[in-house]
Write a protein that binds this ligand. Sequence first.
Ligand SMILES: C[S@@+](CC[C@H](N)C(=O)[O-])C[C@H]1O[C@@H](n2cnc3c(N)ncnc32)[C@H](O)[C@@H]1O
Length: 294
Amino acid sequence: MGAIMDRQNLTEIVKPQSTIDRGGILVAKEIAEKTVWDKLALENPTHAVISAGSEAEAAKKSAAQIADIKAHVQAGDILLDLGTGYGRVAKYLLPQMSLRGYVGVDSSFEMLTLFKQHYSASEAEQQTPLLLLNADIHTLPLRDASVDVVIVSAVFLHNHKSVVEQAMAELKRVVKPGGTILIYSSFPRAATLMGMQGLAYQAFLNLIGRPFKNGPVRYYWRREIMHLFDGFTEVELKPVGYALLPKSLIFLPKPIDKVWRTLVAKPLNRALEYITPTFLKYYCAVHFDVVAKR
Ligand SMILES: C[S@@+](CC[C@H](N)C(=O)[O-])C[C@H]1O[C@@H](n2cnc3c(N)ncnc32)[C@H](O)[C@@H]1O
């Protein structure tokens, strides 16, 4: 590949008449109403996207993920970052390798504005043409077979499962045959004590007539994840993390939950992980990461 693409060329992968240019960010005509993420972007974006108190901590927490992405991406690729947030991945990846194009999609305009700010201030990031799309993950204003690699990091879990199903159909459509999909921290396991609480919470949301609320964590059975990847090849599920005790008690008042998290769950899980035989650790994993080919 090699030919450097400018932003003008990169916009050619956008469906005609599907977006409006708002200060360099393309807003999908179908964008849903403002999300909670706009508010979080203004308050503390690093905490919102990766539970980090500072930029330095976010950089440290991102290192292993960036190394993994680098292993799957080539310089000639157009990479789609679905639910890109403030562009954390681009911020650490692009100074290490430039790509043919980086496409950041997010339903939060505020998050994309933060992305645009650090991109505009970084010559290293600007070596890669950037396209920012203010759009929903399940209605992508992109042409068929227009991107080579997709990353989805900590996005699916906050959406209703029907939205995720539609988003996966969109990914099938926009990824080139042979392209790669990398999913991080998006499929928390239902077969855990935390997962049981999450399933109960979804039942509660259904009961109060707010099943689609964006934000609460959705938990997955292995077979549900495999079903989402029907039509993909080389689908690999990687168990990540360890938690036998639930890290949070979501139905209890926040102060009690905080005591549980810090004084009970965290130290006990650490001790339990130490004594759990390796062959049993799979059953205590917190979530599955996925790598697959289109
Ligand atoms: C926890 S943050 C993760 C951000 C980024 N992927 C990262 O790992 O740094 C989740 C992001 O997904 C976006 N998001 C959640 N649901 C979305 C949806 N249905 N459509 C588009 N973006 C969505 C939010 O606006 C937010 O910026």
